[in-house]
Design a protein around this ligand. Structure first.
Ligand SMILES: Cc1cc2nc3c(=O)[nH]c(=O)nc-3n(C[C@H](O)[C@H](O)[C@H](O)COP(=O)(O)OP(=O)(O)OC[C@H]3O[C@@H](n4cnc5c(N)ncnc54)[C@H](O)[C@@H]3O)c2cc1C
Length: 167
């Protein structure tokens, strides 16, 4: 007897846009069938388990600014969407000025997972159990969101709309 508790990953198309404009345009044109991809640690589990059915995964890891991690005493900490949690928690500036954030990252899963997992993915997944979300909120986090209308800033306190419906 063969038991397969987890069906295989469904087929999908991988798209790697060259710019934020191209990424947001593609996502808007394929609304409902395309999804931004960062580390994939939530996405691939949810695709495998039949919760996500997207035709396109849009890799937003290599776009302008997404790899940035820098601290400015006036403007605070900037964490690009593609910066993985190990990089955040080992940054000397994060450890010095934002130990709560370093600790929150350290509490996520394992070293291996944190080489892929990002804070922005944790936030966008919007699980109430997301370990970095509380720290980011307590630290007054603001998201810089790019869409077809350009950039806007969204405080974390008003970002979350609710839970996704179970399939
Ligand atoms: C074995 C295992 C253990 C885990 N343990 C923990 C844990 O201890 N604590 C915890 O909090 N989480 C845990 N997770 C969940 C997951 O690792 C985290 O939520 C992680 O931070 C997700 O980041 P990611 O970069 O992999 O996101 P992805 O999987 O790439 O994306 C997550 C979601 O965000 C969306 N998204 C990504 N980028 C954008 C964007 N630029 N704009 C809009 N939407 C976007 C995606 O479409 C997707 O819906 C675990 C997962 C696994 C598989």
């Amino acid at each position: 007897m063969t038991l397969n508790a987890h069906p295989e990953l469904p087929e999908f198309d991988y798209f790697r846009p060259a710019s934020l404009v191209e990424a947001s345009r593609f996502l808007a044109e394929h609304a409902g069938e395309a999804r931004p991809l960062l580390g994939g640690t939530d996405i691939f589990v949810r695709m495998r388990d039949g919760f996500y059915h997207d035709q396109y995964l849009v890799d937003v890891k290599n776009l302008d600014g997404t790899g940035d991690l820098h601290f400015d005493p006036g403007n605070g900490l900037t964490v690009g969407a593609a910066v993985n949690m190990n990089r955040v928690m080992t940054s000397p500036e994060v450890r010095l000025h934002f130990p709560l954030l370093a600790e929150a990252c350290r509490s996520v899963a394992s070293y291996q997972l944190r080489t892929r997992a990002t804070i922005v993915g944790n936030i966008c997944n919007a699980s109430p159990a997301g370990d970095t979300i509380g720290a980011c909120m307590a630290l007054g986090g603001v998201l810089k969101v790019f869409g077809v209308g350009g950039f806007r800033e969204e405080p974390l306190t008003t970002f979350f709309l609710g839970l996704e419906k179970p399939f």
